[in-house]
Design a protein around this ligand. Structure first.
Ligand code: NI
Length: 226
């Protein structure tokens, strides 16, 4: 499933976040690339322990926790601290697959990367190129969203960022371990949940709402891992 979350941050918030990102000291993204990714990665990133990364990371996690669309789609169990990247001057990240498991730094906790999320902090007209290209069973999707929007896609997908040939592309990305490991099951739950929400909105007294809601929770109970 590839799902857009519109306006996770408002234009005012994006301006504020951008000012912080622009004033930070960025480092070569290859320092955290795995052994196969290092040859295709050419971008800048904020060190994980950079104060701006920590501050904005907290802010993103807080926002996600009150965003029903993200919660319904990702069914999060644990989320890795958000990372921040910057592409300019031809910067790119060729085709790669992310590691399956990452530790949360400074803790014994490990997170399986079921769901990937990218938040765009530059508007599409601020840079050329820089599309996130995601390949999966649904084919190839090219993603370039308004600043403040996010895209949620399967952690299992092959993906790349095309070269940014002019301007600068700021973004954040992070991985989520979902209560539901399997992308197809998670997708079915999301569709069922969306249908129930729609039914509740259109026919709030419909007697079938309880039955469908019960089925949703029973599927969650059967499939979820905590
Ligand atoms: Ni990646």
């Amino acid at each position: 499933m590839l799902l857009q979350i519109p306006a996770l941050f408002s234009p005012d918030e994006v301006r504020e976040i951008r000012a912080l990102l622009e004033s930070a000291e960025w480092v070569d993204g290859r320092v955290t690339a795995g052994h196969r990714a290092v040859s295709v990665k050419d971008n800048l990133q904020l060190p994980l322990d950079h104060p701006v990364a920590r501050q904005l990371g907290e802010r993103i996690l807080e926002r996600l926790s009150i965003t029903p669309l993200f919660i319904a789609a990702a069914l999060p169990l644990r989320i890795l601290p958000p990372r921040f990247n910057r592409y300019e001057g031809g910067g790119t990240y060729g085709n790669h697959v992310d590691n399956a498991v990452f530790p949360i730094p400074g803790t014994p906790v490990r997170v399986r990367t079921d769901v990937s999320t990218t938040i765009f902090f530059s508007d599409p007209d601020e840079y050329e190129g820089g599309e996130l290209v995601v390949e999966d069973t649904f084919g190839e999707k090219r993603v370039k969203l308004p600043a403040g929007d996010a895209i949620v896609y399967p952690g299992s997908s092959l993906h790349r960022v095309t070269p940014v040939t002019s301007g600068t592309r700021f973004a954040s990305f992070f991985w989520t371990q979902s209560l539901i490991r399997d992308d197809r099951q998670r997708c079915m739950l999301f569709e069922l949940d969306s249908a129930i929400q729609q039914l509740c909105a259109d026919h709030p007294d419909h007697p079938s709402i309880d039955g469908f809601t019960n089925t949703y929770h029973n599927l969650m109970r059967g499939w979820s891992e905590t």
